[in-house]
Design a protein around this ligand. Structure first.
Ligand code: PMP
Length: 361
């Protein structure tokens, strides 16, 4: 088997090796079943236990109180751009959007199709390098919800605090930083995240929704797009992504063994600090994209002096076993995604290469 490389991909992203090992070991026969988890009924007792482990794993890791329901959906975080307003925003109601990057733009443009969505903060003019300061935003108390993206995967900017809606329900796209640090779930009405960065494989979306919101969901939507209907059926309204949910359960178990999200935060801070230090001490050869206070611990974005050098950097890094460093096609440059499962040695290897590359170029 060829060696595993350092995978800096933004998502689908690196998974913890022990999780992959376990999945391989259980591939042909899950437990004593004589079949893989993928071949098993989603209504079976064994799968019910897996679903329960995935749910209770997330609940315990993020300290999710009992008045929140955890749902496992499909359609990616992108479907949540629509499901949130479809369920929670009537035509004559207002929702406020805080836009700090490319994903926030997409969420906002979907919401406009369903009700009176309004941007109350946008850092687009400055090229998405900033985050509003704590307490800086004012919300309309009549708004149905305020939406924000806690980490903008493409631009590499991250909130370092839980947004306080001051009474307005807060909806958060936490796709690219969920489980990377402790959060105060009670500050949120709804949190959603595509699994393929920090939770598991693509094809599963986790939604954490406060139960009182389930009652507010519109009643004229297709059942499969209605949070309440999915919640009433414990995510088994139809066949869920059983394989994906199984991997989520394994990732949760791995995280627990590693010390949970507090330990992850410490590790992630260390990894990001090493990388940002390399950028800051390069005499301007590497230019970080985000302003310091807004720097993401998950997606470190920077530019070299020219797009040609960006390209050369990526291809040389790849030949040294460091993959997935090319910045998103819309912004160019370099993006090193260093999620929970990404090892510190990979960051150190990259920093070594960065120093060498800067010297040679
Ligand atoms: N929001 C954020 C913050 C993301 O990073 C992504 C995907 N990279 C999405 C939404 C869209 O997710 P999906 O591809 O699962 O629909």
């Amino acid at each position: 088997m060829s060696e595993r490389i350092f995978n800096f991909s933004a998502g689908p992203a690196v998974l913890p090796e022990p999780v992959l090992d376990r999945a391989r070991d259980e591939m042909l026969s899950f437990g004593e079943s004589g079949m893989s988890i993928m071949e098993m009924s989603h209504r079976s007792k064994r799968f019910a236990e897996v679903l329960d482990r995935a749910e209770s794993g997330l609940r315990s890791l993020l300290t999710i109180p009992n008045n929140y329901k955890i749902l496992f959906l499909q359609g990616g975080a992108t479907l949540q751009f629509s499901m949130v307003p479809m369920n929670l925003l009537a035509e004559d109601e207002k929702a406020e959007y805080v836009v700090t990057g490319a994903w926030g733009v997409k969420a906002f443009s979907e919401a406009k199709r369903y009700g009176l969505a309004k941007t109350i903060f946008s850092s687009e003019d400055g090229g998405f390098r900033t985050i509003p300061g704590r307490g800086e935003l004012r919300f309309d108390p009549s708004a149905s919800y305020v939406h924000y993206t806690s980490n903008e995967t493409i631009d590499g900017v991250e909130f370092d605090y839980d947004l306080d809606g001051g009474g307005v329900p807060v909806v958060c796209d936490a796709s690219s930083n969920i489980l990377s640090k402790p959060i105060d779930v009670e500050k949120y009405a709804l949190i959603y995240a595509g699994a393929q960065k920090n939770i598991g494989p693509s094809g599963v979306t986790v939604v954490i929704i406060r139960k009182d919101l389930l009652e507010r969901c519109r009643r004229d939507l297709p059942k499969l797009l209605t949070y309440r209907a999915i919640a009433e059926n414990d995510s088994l309204l139809n066949t869920p992504n059983t394989w994906g949910i199984y991997l989520v359960s394994l990732v949760c178990k791995w995280l627990e063994g590693e010390g949970g999200v507090a330990a992850m935060e410490k590790r992630n801070l260390e990894k990001a600090a090493v990388l940002y230090k390399a950028i800051d001490s390069s005499d301007g050869f590497y230019r970080g994209h985000a302003e310091r206070a807004a720097r993401s611990r998950m997606n470190v974005t920077f530019h070299l002096p020219t797009p040609e050098l960006d390209k050369k950097f990526c291809s040389e890094a790849e030949s040294l076993g460091m993959n997935g460093l090319r910045g998103h096609r819309t912004v160019g440059g370099i993006r090193a995604s260093i999620y929970n499962a990404f090892p510190k040695e990979g960051v150190e290897r990259l920093v070594e290469f960065m120093k060498d590359f800067a010297m040679r170029n």
